[in-house]
Design a protein around this ligand. Structure first.
Ligand code: G16
Length: 539
């Protein structure tokens, strides 16, 4: 039976950079998750009889909210729900399933790299029929609906067993529990030369960070590619990620980093995040920044069967370093600069304008799905190592010798009082017009603006996407507030210095960026506004 429940709006259900992310306690309020899910269903047109994919990263609340979503989907008139076994689907696997099944869309339950557990974070994101995150027009419609909602509907039937593969029904709707890994692994076998990787005799260490990638990495790396058992560490998904942040960066994956810098390091090291869409790449003795990884993957992608015919274009988010632009230039293909948020790549990929996309926030992917894809990046790197017989360090050095090097770092100031962070950004924006020509910490400002993006496929415009200050010589600093945090504001400061091929390509990154760090503080008054002497996280 379909039951109607009256409700009243919550005012804080505006999706951020990547869906609605809040503390678990917020999601546990009566009607909170239901209001948001109903708002999504209310704006989805053509759902009658359509297929919906549902899955999440296995964090605390995952099963509970999947149960709610299934019963509500039955009430909303969907014909079929496809759900990953145990409620698990990595974000790229969910994107793939939406596309393969011709689904109208999907609910991806994740707060990505944010910690999990009763006192930590949860999230719900809606993806559209192309498999990618809903674009701003859709998220705005969902948000508008959350402001007027007065009822939600659900079947009162029991939720089917999510651990057993097969079909069952809730009301008239079919619930199909599928193997979470199979279709995704098959797609990877099409894109990459598994025989060459298997035959290359490489050694590796993969940290799944007790998150959703564990089963995918174990199946693909250990079972199909023959890497030694134990290659995948922390491979069992846990509701609280073992109490750690499932964030593949040098702070939270420092064990992997230490191993890769040690004397007995394997050839290749990698990690992924809570929902499997981010990646960290470290070769023996060589950390590769996400921006460099994008550029190096793009430059060598033709070595993998799925990209042998070349790339159509390369897209990067604005704060990502310009290293990839130089590759696009050399390949004679277009380079696109979008706002932060994978959703902005969807149109470019759908239009066949870009093949590879990437972000400084450890996200890389291609037109094989419409999400960033952690294991995809790992497999493309492995394919390149196998095809060239070179080490990660050699590939990086040769890349810089050909294109020059974009020294790069991001400084995060977390949990800043929102008002203070807003004041910092407002002051910065107000002073932009006066900056060109000024010298700050020995650097001359060439241009300064607040990034606005005009989507070349549909003409939609997104403003206020981050303040960027360009210095003479190709260095720059970018300031923006994170759209994925759940407490206070996170100020992100992105620092970049371009060193041409005849410059010093072997400097320490911190030293290479020191004057830009000083300029950033002088320009934005970071210490003055935040009271912080140094960032909480440097990636
Ligand atoms: C999401 C988005 C990414 C974005 C990242 C950080 O990733 O999909 O496009 O770069 O957040 O965003 P922000 O700087 O606003 O915190 P994920 O992995 O969290 O879904």
């Amino acid at each position: 039976m379909i039951v109607t429940q009256t409700t009243t709006p919550f005012t804080d259900q505006k999706p951020g950079t990547s869906g609605l992310r809040k503390k678990v306690r917020v999601f546990q309020q009566p009607n909170y998750a239901e209001n948001f899910i109903q708002s999504v269903f209310d704006v989805v047109e053509g759902k009658e009889g359509a297929t919906l994919v549902i899955g999440g990263d296995g964090r605390f609340l995952n099963r509970e909210v999947i149960g709610k979503a299934i019963r509500m989907a039955a009430a909303a008139g969907f014909g079929r729900v496809v759900v990953g076994q145990g409620g698990l689907l990595s974000t790229p696997a969910a994107s793939n399933l939406i596309r393969q099944r011709g689904a109208i869309g999907g609910l991806v339950l994740s707060a990505s790299h944010n910690p999990g557990g009763p006192d930590e974070d949860f999230g719900i994101k809606y993806n559209i029929a192309n498999g990618g995150p809903a674009p701003e027009g859709v998220t705005e419609a969902i948000f508008a609906r959350t402001g007027t909602i007065d009822r939600w509907q659900a079947s009162d039937a029991a939720v089917p067993d999510l651990d057993t593969l097969g079909e069952s029904r809730v009301e008239d709707m079919v619930v199909e529990v599928v193997d979470s890994v199979a279709d995704y692994a098959a797609l990877m076998e099409q894109l990459f030369d598994f025989d060459a990787i298997r035959g290359a005799g490489l050694t590796m260490s993969f940290d799944a960070m007790s998150a959703v990638t564990g089963p995918y990495a174990t199946e693909i790396l250990e079972k199909r590619l023959g890497f030694a058992s134990g290659t995948v560490r922390n491979g069992t998904p846990l509701e609280d990620f073992g109490g750690y942040h499932p964030d593949p960066n040098l702070v939270h994956a420092h064990e992997l980093y230490d191993r890769m810098m040690g004397d007995d390091a394997p050839d290749f090291g990698a990690a992924s995040d809570g929902d499997g869409d981010r990646n960290l790449i470290i070769g023996r003795g060589r950390f590769v920044t996400p921006s460099d990884s994008l550029a190096m993957l793009a430059a060598n992608a033709h070595l993998a069967p799925g990209y042998a015919s070349g790339l159509k274009g390369i897209a990067r988010s604005m704060p990502t370093s310009a290293a990839a632009d130089r590759v696009a230039d050399a390949l004679g293909i277009p380079a696109y600069e979008t706002p932060t948020g994978w959703k902005f790549f969807g149109n470019l990929l759908d239009a066949g304008m870009a093949t590879i996309c990437g972000e400084e926030s450890a996200g890389t992917g291609s037109d094989h799905v419409r999400e960033k894809d952690g294991l995809w990046a790992v497999l493309l790197w492995l394919n390149i190592l196998a095809a060239t017989g070179k080490s990660v360090d050699a590939i990086a050095r040769e890349h810089w010798a050909r294109f020059g090097r974009n020294y790069y770092a991001r400084h995060d100031y977390e949990g800043v009082e929102s008002e203070r962070a807003d004041t910092l950004m407002a002051e910065l924006r107000a002073g932009l017009y006066a900056l060109p020509g000024r010298t700050v910490a020995g650097l001359t400002v060439q241009a300064a603006d607040d990034f606005a993006y005009s989507d070349p496929t549909d003409g939609s415009v997104s403003r206020n996407q981050g303040v960027r200050i360009l210095f003479a010589g190709g260095s720059r600093v970018v300031f923006r507030l994170s759209g994925t945090g759940t407490s206070g504001a996170t100020l992100r400061v992105y620092l970049e210095r371009y060193e041409p091929v005849d410059g010093n390509l072997d400097r320490d990154t911190g030293e290479a960026l020191a004057d830009i760090v000083a300029a950033a503080d002088e320009l934005a008054g970071i210490v003055r506004h935040t009271g912080r002497e140094r960032p909480d996280v440097i990636t």
